[in-house]
Design a protein around this ligand. Structure first.
Ligand code: ZN
Length: 474
């Protein structure tokens, strides 16, 4: 089996090779950018869906599912939004051989599917807040090069849509989404920075947009999600209004929160290494793989392995026993490439003693048992997650550096933290210098310790500046 390309010098080649070697997606389906979820990839996606659902439902959001097709007249009600998506929409124009009276859009995102119905659901202030989410596939006619999980034309998508009583409540919902995402990110061992996008880069139709960004090596960044405050930009054209306690009608204030299968790509990009994928245990399709090592005196080994696997599954752990014909070495290689957090090697000696040899995906080896065997395995998994988080955080912090001159931006080997006066002209000067984007101003503490920001990196104005982030989004 060939070595993977080098992650730091050939990131995209490495990434594509890892997706392939780990068996997460099959891109040979005959529609560009529409890939097949393999069994292993689907199991990872199911865990991701579980974590997203759990954390959003903990903030009083409820699941819904709206239809995939959106009538053209509804799709075109909000001007900015349609301008932003027009070029990316797949249209259904025929039913059989009959031209449809009203063309139907395959949803690129679901505002225009959901809001005509929100207008029916929201009548009075007692109906607010209305917080719902769905996990569905969306479709975008992507013209750039497609990459599994990172940029595809059929996207496995999480979207929360809410209606709030006023602007302050909508702001509070944005905060609540950020807190919910922080919990998801903890499960994913994924350090991130929430960044308020500049005016010229916000979501089509949004009042403001907060993107969730991660560094993925050098100047490169990856947007792994976004939260938007719409104010009344959609509720007015869609007629979503409520009766106040005083008997007046007011448009609702709206927010959305979007995540996608890109999070799986982010896990590969952040945690993966020269051996392949590395999954945190919450998302790993299998958390534990047992590799039997047969030899002399193997009587009873099968029963020991079967019993242990059952007890681990009874504890809710995802455990796979690799009984294939491959040699143990080939199995180690396969499951390391696939990113399984913990491998248990069990031979005649281990089974006789009631122990296992455990090797985690970070290469740390030890013996567990015979007493408290299952508890010891669970402990090993949580130690693995802690170490993965620690390593990811260290890499995250090393990914940022300040730049106080345009020259430093031009020679960037990091995502840059720059003092910015807030004007669009200076924003574009920063973008030209780094040959990328001004990501915006962080909504949380900066990822690295910095002094108060000095003069704007572009215009050197003596007016107030803020630290902003600049990088090259993938
Ligand atoms: Zn400036």
């Amino acid at each position: 089996m060939a070595d993977l390309p080098d992650k730091s010098s050939a990131f995209i080649d490495w990434y594509l090779a890892v997706v392939e070697a780990a068996g997460l997606s099959d891109k040979r389906y005959p529609v560009k950018g529409m890939n097949v979820w393999t069994p292993y990839g689907f199991l990872a996606r199911r865990q991701l869906d579980r974590v997203m659902s759990r954390e959003i439902e903990a903030t009083a959001s409820r699941p819904v599912e709206f239809p995939t097709l959106i009538p053209a007249n509804e799709f075109q009600k909000e001007g900015e939004h349609i301008k932003g998506f027009d070029a990316q929409v797949f249209w259904v124009t025929k039913g059989g051989s009959t031209e449809l009276d009203m063309p139907l859009a395959l949803r690129p995102t679901s505002e225009t599917a959901i809001y005509p119905v929100f207008a029916l659901w929201v009548r009075s202030h007692r109906d607010l807040p209305l917080n719902v989410y769905q996990i569905v596939n969306t479709f975008r006619y992507e013209t750039k090069t497609t990459r599994p999980f990172l940029r595809v034309r059929e996207i496995h998508f999480f979207e929360e849509h809410t209606c709030q009583v006023d602007e302050a409540a909508a702001d509070a919902r944005v905060r609540s989404n950020l807190e919910a995402f922080a919990k998801m990110a903890h499960s994913l061992a994924l350090p991130f920075v929430p960044v308020r996008r500049p005016e010229w880069d916000k979501f089509p139709g949004a009042y403001y947009s907060v993107a969730l960004d991660i560094p993925i090596g050098g100047v490169r960044t990856l947007q792994i999600g976004s939260i938007h405050h719409y104010q009344e930009n959609f509720s007015k054209p869609y007629g979503i209004s409520y009766e106040t306690p005083e008997g007046n009608r007011k448009p609702v204030q709206q927010t959305t929160f979007g995540l996608s299968e890109r999070l799986i790509g982010a896990l590969l990009a952040v945690h993966g290494d020269a051996k392949g994928a590395v999954f945190p245990s919450e998302i790993a399709p299998y958390q534990i793989v047992i590799v039997p090592i047969s030899g002399k005196g193997a009587d009873g080994m099968d029963a020991f392995i079967g019993g242990l696997a059952t007890r681990l599954q009874d504890r809710g752990l995802r455990c796979w026993v690799d009984r294939s014909e491959d040699r143990p070495g080939a199995k180690y290689y396969k499951w390391e490439t696939a990113g399984v957090p913990l491998r248990l090697e069990i031979g005649p000696r281990e089974s006789a003693a009631g122990t296992v040899t455990a090797v985690d995906r970070l290469g740390r080896k030890g013996s567990i048992g015979p007493t408290d065997l299952e508890a010891g395995i669970v402990r090993k998994l949580s130690e693995f997650d802690e170490e993965l988080r620690k390593r990811a955080l260290a890499t995250f912090q090393q990914s940022f550096a300040t730049a106080t001159t345009l020259e430093e931006l031009r020679n960037s080997k990091h995502v840059r933290v720059v003092p910015w006066c807030g004007t669009e002209a200076c924003g574009h000067a920063i973008e030209t210098a780094i040959d990328g984007s001004l990501l915006g101003v962080p909504e949380s503490d900066l990822p690295i310790a910095v002094p108060a920001p000095g003069l704007c990196v572009a215009c050197h104005s003596t007016g107030p500046t803020k630290w902003a982030l600049a990088g090259q989004p993938l």
